[in-house]
Ligand binder design. Structure first.
Ligand code: HEC
Length: 91
């Protein structure tokens, strides 16, 4: 896939929200009982994107690794988060 096309095609509502909701619930999704940093909205995710990318890139079991106690995000999902950030956080 062409990287530039990939970047411009990634939107919060199209892809990012789905990944976060699927993989970071219930802990970070208040509607599902989450009590940690709420990652259920665009502003919270853009504001914390560096920390999010850092943590999902850590090896499982390392301190700070996310999603805690769950299997790691696939390389494709991590690439989506990185390209979305690099592409300017399209909504
Ligand atoms: C099973 C519950 C659980 C899941 C699933 C989970 N987290 Fe967390 N998360 C935690 C806990 C507990 C902490 C606080 C302790 C720590 O920092 O390790 C935390 C902390 C964080 C923090 C630091 C801010 C804070 O709230 O303290 C970020 C950023 C984060 N998680 C991102 C994510 C992302 C992104 C995902 C999904 C890919 C995710 N987490 C999935 C439980 C979870």
């Amino acid at each position: 896939m062409n990287t530039e096309t990939a970047k411009s095609n990634i939107t919060y509502h199209g892809m990012v929200q789905e990944i976060i909701t699927a993989r970071c619930a219930p802990c970070h999704i208040p509607a599902k009982g989450g009590k940690k940093l709420a990652l259920d909205n665009y502003d919270a995710i853009t504001k914390n994107i560096d920390e999010i990318i850092h943590r999902v890139s850590l090896p499982m079991g390392e301190k700070g690794y996310m999603p805690k106690k769950n299997v790691p995000l696939g390389a494709d999902s991590i690439a989506i988060l990185k390209n979305w950030a690099a592409g300017g956080f399209a909504k």
